[in-house]
Design a binder for this molecule. Structure first.
Ligand SMILES: [Zn+2]
Length: 425
């Protein structure tokens, strides 16, 4: 006879969630009835979970879908590694466990704060009611007192490889879990940060390879120097608006290699950039197909730099505006289009007019005249641009740090097009 009914009931409660409209007593009554009829306890449990989850099955999430700051997270995964650790919680020593969980989509670090959960390396487990946080830039799963973990059959999940994935900077957006990259350090500086009230030194900078650049944060002093070529095995990536950031700590293996790595300054095709959402210090080329409203001579609030309309700032009311010049472009290279924001000095260079000249045109003929001028000078021109590209729900926008109109060898391009068409026919 089953003598641990209450642990089955605990499981059911944790799987259907605490807001389910059923009393524990009722669950127990139904559960015992199943047993009386000879139903195996596991099957009884499954049936009850199904019945009281409002018809919705417990959804196990893939690790690659897990985001920071989620609660009630249910996972089916394998314990890749597990280690004990002594920590102090409000001055009291406490034993916790940390390690890695994996499924076929990747691996993710976890920390178990619960005293009742025991885990073995290699176990396939169903985890209910876990929660997630972001720690040093990486999503992490946490087990608390409400979390339950149950070992299930091994074959519920394919074998998980947790080897760091070898990849190039341009592929980081497709990597999940630990990566293995060989990169050149382009710059590095030391920074002090505050982690839960404790001062910690981190090393931040940029690195790159022949496919692109990324920012990095090292939580350990690997003695990285500008110009070093290093192989980092066991770093994680995250993205801010499509800009890749590699994070690694003392668990990563970082070693200098004698191989030469050329960092790319070649233009990235725009569809690639859009697919990656953004990029750090990228070069692109394309044709200006639109000069947007809001380009040209504009006035900003002297207090907050916001654009002002009819001499009024949204926040500071009537103000004496400070003039500025900018261009908001749409640039397309035939594979995709991106937005481009060009600041005052680069706009002056692109249109061959100074800010003062534009200001005079605006005061004599109105702001529209400057916008018309920008359109005359820039539309259909081919431009080479460099800067950070940021992605959001509206698309990808490059903040130009460098911009120039490139002379287009029309004949050469026409010839290439002709050859391409002939090749296709
Ligand atoms: Zn203002």
């Amino acid at each position: 006879m089953v003598d641990d009914v209450s642990s089955y009931i605990d499981d059911i409660v944790s799987m259907i969630g605490e807001d389910a409209e059923v009393e524990r007593e009722e669950l127990e009554k139904e559960f015992r009835r199943f047993l009386e009829y000879g139903v195996p306890p596991d099957q009884a449990k499954r049936t009850l979970v199904k019945k009281f989850s409002n018809g919705k099955k417990v959804e196990f999430r893939k690790l690659s879908e897990v985001k920071p700051n989620e609660s009630n997270v249910n996972l089916l995964c394998r314990v890749v590694t597990v280690n004990p650790k002594e920590v102090k919680v409000r001055g009291e020593p406490r034993k916790i466990f940390y390690g890695l969980l994996g499924d076929e989509t990747g691996v993710i670090p976890f920390t178990s704060w619960s005293s009742s959960i025991s885990l073995e390396k290699g176990d396939v487990v169903e985890i209910s009611n876990a929660y997630t946080k972001e720690w040093q830039g990486v999503v992490q799963v946490n087990f608390g007192e409400r979390t339950s973990v149950k070992k299930v059959e091994d074959d519920r999940l394919p074998e998980v490889s947790h080897e760091p994935k070898p990849c190039k900077i341009a592929d980081l957006h497709t990597a999940f879990g630990e990566v293995d990259v060989t990169v050149k350090i382009l710059d590095v500086s030391e920074k002090e940060v505050d982690v839960n009230g404790e001062k910690k030194k981190v090393y931040v900078g940029t690195l790159g390879d022949e496919t692109g650049k990324a920012q990095f944060t090292a939580w350990h002093d690997f003695k990285l120097k500008k110009g070093d070529v290093v192989r980092v095995v066991g770093g994680y990536t995250r993205f801010w608006k499509g800009i890749p950031q590699l994070t690694f700590d003392d668990r990563a293996n970082v070693e200098k290699v004698s191989k030469e790595v050329e960092v790319s300054y070649k233009p990235v095709p725009l569809h690639k950039l859009v697919e990656r959402r953004g990029g750090l210090d990228v070069s692109v080329e394309g044709t200006v197909i639109e000069v947007r409203e809001g380009s040209g001579f504009i006035e900003r609030c002297p207090e907050c730099k916001r654009l002002i309309q009819n001499g009024e700032c949204k926040v500071h009311g009537k103000v004496k505006g400070v003039g500025d010049l900018r261009a908001k472009l749409v640039v397309d290279d035939g594979t995709a289009g991106i937005g481009v924001i060009v600041g005052r000095e680069l706009t002056e260079q692109l249109i061959g007019k100074t800010f003062e000249e534009c200001k005079r045109i605006a005061s004599e003929e109105g702001g529209e005249a400057v916008l018309r001028l920008l359109r005359e000078r820039l539309l259909t021109k081919r431009v080479a641009l460099r800067g950070n590209a940021l992605g959001d729900e509206f698309g990808t926008t490059l903040i130009a740090r460098d911009a120039k109109v490139v002379d287009l060898d029309v004949r050469k391009e026409a010839l290439e097009l002709l050859q391409k068409m002939e090749g296709e026919s």
